[in-house]
Design a protein around this ligand. Structure first.
Ligand SMILES: [Zn+2]
Length: 345
């Protein structure tokens, strides 16, 4: 980091994403308008995830990786769920991101929503992927959709692989989280924490997703109240981390006008503790000074050039590894197939 010019940063890290939701934009409207967070899950996301197949997941991953690269994000920590296409899904995501050249950390979000068999197949997919040398964590959807045994099994599997657990925590007001107590370790990723008390005693990094929380009207997490390390994620709404930084900043200012951009920028920087390789990546921006106070009030800052592992993957704003037009066209075709499945009776 030390030898970077004023118009450069290391590769930005998205600490929580849902690659599987990349094609959701433009999806058919739900049968009725969701009125609260649990209904948003039931009427939108839990209809989408059962419609996913490995081909749709592959194009979602290529599109997400492509747009991440175009936004200077070189590392994504993903949380995946596809109840009808579990086996092999994490490798499909990892391979697709590798083809584009973006780093990814994969986890399958285990849940008992589809019964004990679904939970055990989710655990098996995490185990299979990690055992085969894949970079990842063990995923849990959230404590409120898991049995106690499933949570214990996920924690144990993660321990065995020497990784943490990636889990949604207290996103909505009814999202019970107490069952996680006693399991968490410092390498866990705790996503949201909106409705956690200040003294929750859960260990791990808290990942804040300001835009997603506002979109779901779940409330403001007020991350500064926690002793945990804080990082920033998009929760599936793209991988433009400068944009996420700006939204997180204005949301924090709305709650406390004395908040400085440096605080929010430090949350973005914490992504490099979670994904250290991205520190070696170099992003050269179209803006003369990548200073938090300037960036908080400057829109439209774009990367000119992105180097990952010493190779130039974005040159003059154009991705060099893959045909971006082809990926967009194929992803649009996959999206139409997904929408047709969603509309099928
Ligand atoms: Zn999420």
């Amino acid at each position: 980091m030390d030898d970077l010019a004023a118009n450069q940063t290391a590769g930005l890290v998205c600490a929580h994403n849902h690659i599987y939701s990349a094609l959701a934009r433009g999806m058919p409207a739900p049968p009725r308008t969701p009125r609260e967070f649990l209904e948003i899950l039931e009427l939108v996301w839990w209809r989408l995830d059962v419609a996913l197949d490995l081909d749709i997941i592959e194009w979602s991953a290529k599109l997400t990786a492509l747009t991440a690269l175009e936004n200077g994000c070189t590392a994504i920590i993903d949380h995946h769920e596809s109840p009808r296409a579990i086996e092999g899904s994490l490798s499909v995501i990892a391979d697709a991101c590798a083809e584009v050249g973006v780093r990814v950390n994969c986890a399958y979000g285990v849940t008992d929503r589809h019964g004990a068999d679904g939970a055990s197949r989710g655990l098996a997919e995490n185990d299979r992927f990690l055992s085969s040398g894949g970079r990842g964590m063990v995923g849990l959807h959230a404590a409120f959709t898991c049995e106690a045994d499933t949570i214990a099994a996920a924690a144990e599997l993660a321990r065995r692989h020497g990784v943490g657990v990636h889990v949604h925590v207290a996103e909505g007001p009814n999202d019970t989280w107490e069952m996680l107590r006693g399991h968490t370790t410092d390498d866990w990723l705790l996503i949201h924490g909106v409705h956690l008390p200040d003294d929750h005693r859960l260990r791990g990094t808290m990942v804040h997703n300001a835009r997603s929380n506002m979109n779901n009207a779940v409330g403001y997490a007020r991350p500064t109240r926690f002793g945990n390390r804080i990082a920033l994620g998009t929760d599936g709404i793209g991988a433009d981390m400068l944009d996420e930084f700006r939204v997180s900043f204005v949301r924090a200012r709305e709650a406390d006008v004395t908040t400085t951009p440096d605080v929010i920028w430090s949350w973005l920087e914490n992504g490099w503790d979670l994904f250290p390789d991205a520190r070696q990546d170099v992003v050269t921006w179209n803006y003369e000074s990548m200073d938090p106070w300037r960036l908080a009030y400057t829109t439209g800052v774009r990367p000119h050039r992105v180097e990952i592992d010493g190779a130039v993957l974005l040159d003059d704003g154009v991705v060099t590894t893959v045909d971006a037009d082809e990926i967009r066209a194929k992803a649009a075709e996959a999206a139409q197939r997904l929408f047709a499945k969603l509309e099928a009776p």
